[in-house]
Design a binder for this molecule. Structure first.
Ligand code: GLN
Length: 486
């Protein structure tokens, strides 16, 4: 069952010629055919081009010049532009949009010889935490098909968890890689702002958006990260910092590493005791591996949700102004005049959550309210950045839950946006501060649902996050369990 392999296992078999990239890709496509009707992870499958890329990968392996990812089947969130392949962002307004160019991340994956199997489902324009806001379909959690997979990169997380790809790419504006990774029991990394190019990533909130990998284990996640990270002249916010060898940093244990546990995160409203217990046990595990765990304070944590849900919609309202029915995407043909065309295109093309965000964002930026909302939220953001700066003076890493509860039932929060927003409380701050965060499996609920641990670190300290996450993974076996999906 080659679809069950991790990337590093598959890589060894490919190099030893025990399996070909075509066989591996075919196994993944067969697996998708078997289970995706139930899970709903993919919006678009790229069977023909995937097999073509696999044949190319086999030739490259035969010629003795493979990269660590050559021939590896990977899924990509439908928010990254893929030349010639429909890129919908989970929205009606882009239902038939075929980009004329590739995102830099796609270019890098293809240059490494990756096989792109398909584009995964997501909340419309990445706004959501459950995938229920996709305009096209529901994605179900492979661990329990009556529950959400998390969002907005829920399709990518479900595809990895259900072995419908060996790794995947998502994007994270307020938790959209980490939270679905946590709910689906896989490893998800939100890199430092600027670490990965955003060129060709359809913009949601440009000061918060980052592309990040999802994988079956920390090792695989780091392999994907190494390929997609690094400076890109096409993204002026991408950082020139060199990309370290993350795998090299694994072996060094946690002796002498100080890890902070934020006091504010202990008393969060709506915390499921099973999640707090799993995180407390994880703290003990880290201590057993040599880390020194200390309590730290992030005093402005209670304001993170409010600040994010002003800043992100404000940026979104501006970014989404381009979908006007004129340049590309859907246009309502029935309108009588230009103003009507704008109005009807946007009313029919955008779903209710996206419209809500555009309205909130436009309001927050409007003359007369800008100072009260957008400026205030930006000031709060500065205080949150300062909280992290202070914390990192006394510790190298921070530990927290990823989400306050395990995956919730489909339909539970979809009519109640505020409750949905509140479930992002542990992940938003990292985006506001631009710091990296990784989600690793750290337990299961009584009902058998995965629980994730978040490890955050200072800007560009991804290597340290990977090291701690890898050490933790070595000491536990949560990442080895598979969902009960036949
Ligand atoms: N759930 C958050 C939101 O809806 C985060 C989404 C994301 O990271 N893309 O804005």
């Amino acid at each position: 069952m080659p679809h069950r392999l991790t990337i590093h296992q598959a890589r060894r078999l490919l190099l030893e010629k025990k399996i070909s990239a075509v066989e591996l890709t075919q196994a993944v496509l067969d697996r998708i055919r078997d289970v995706d009707e139930r899970v709903g992870a993919y919006i678009t499958l790229c069977e023909a081009s995937a097999l073509e890329q696999a044949r190319k990968a086999d030739r490259r392996i035969a010629s003795g010049d493979p990269s660590p990812l050559t021939g590896i089947p990977v899924a990509v969130k439908d928010i990254l532009c893929t030349r010639g392949i429909r890129t919908t962002c989970g929205s009606r307004i882009l239902e038939n949009f075929i980009p004329p160019y590739d995102a830099t991340v796609i270019q890098r994956l293809e240059a490494a010889g990756v096989v792109i199997v398909g584009k995964t489902n997501m909340d419309e324009f990445a706004m959501g935490s459950s995938n229920e806001y996709s305009a096209f379909k529901l994605t179900r959690n492979p661990w329990d098909l009556s529950r959400i997979p998390g969002g907005s990169s829920g399709g990518s997380a479900a595809a990895v968890a259900a072995d419908m790809c060996l790794g995947a790419i998502g994007s994270d504006t307020g938790g959209s890689v980490r939270q679905p990774a946590s709910h689906c029991g896989v490893v998800g990394m939100k890199p430092t702002y600027g670490r990965v190019s955003r060129f060709g990533l359809v913009a949601f909130a440009s000061s918060l958006d980052q592309v990040g990998p999802l994988a079956k284990c920390v090792h695989d996640n780091a392999l994907l990260m190494k390929v997609i990270a690094g400076h890109d002249p096409k993204d002026s916010t991408s950082a020139p910092e060199p990309v370290p060898d993350y795998i090299q940093a694994f072996g060094k244990g946690l002796d002498g590493v100080t890890i902070g546990v934020p006091a504010e995160y202990r008393s969060m409203e709506g915390m499921d005791p099973e999640v707090s217990d799993a995180v407390s046990t994880a703290v003990e595990t880290m201590e057993r591996m040599g880390a020194r765990c200390v309590e730290v304070s992030l005093p402005h944590t209670p304001y993170a949700v409010a600040a994010y849900y002003v800043i992100a919609p404000s940026e979104a309202s501006s970014n989404l102004a381009r979908y006007d029915g004129v340049k590309y995407g859907f246009r309502d043909p029935e309108a009588a005049d230009l103003a009507g065309m704008y109005r009807q295109t946007r009313s029919k093309g955008f779903g209710p959550e996206v419209q809500r965000r555009i309205i909130i964002g436009t309001y927050c930026l409007s003359a007369g309210y800008y100072d009260a909302y957008y400026r205030k939220a930006s000031q709060v953001r500065s205080l949150i950045i300062r909280d992290f700066k202070n914390a990192f003076e006394s510790c190298r890493l921070l530990l927290s839950p990823v989400a306050p509860t395990p995956a919730f039932p489909i339909g539970e929060k979809v009519e109640d946006p505020l409750t949905m927003y509140l479930s992002d409380v542990f992940t938003l701050s990292a985006n506001l501060a631009g710091i990296p965060g990784i989600s690793v499996p750290c337990g299961f609920s009584g009902q058998g649902l995965p629980i994730g641990l978040q490890i955050m670190g200072n800007h560009f300290d991804e290597a340290m996050l990977y090291r701690a996450a890898h050490q933790f993974e070595q000491a536990t076996d949560y990442h080895l369990k598979k969902p009960p999906l036949q």
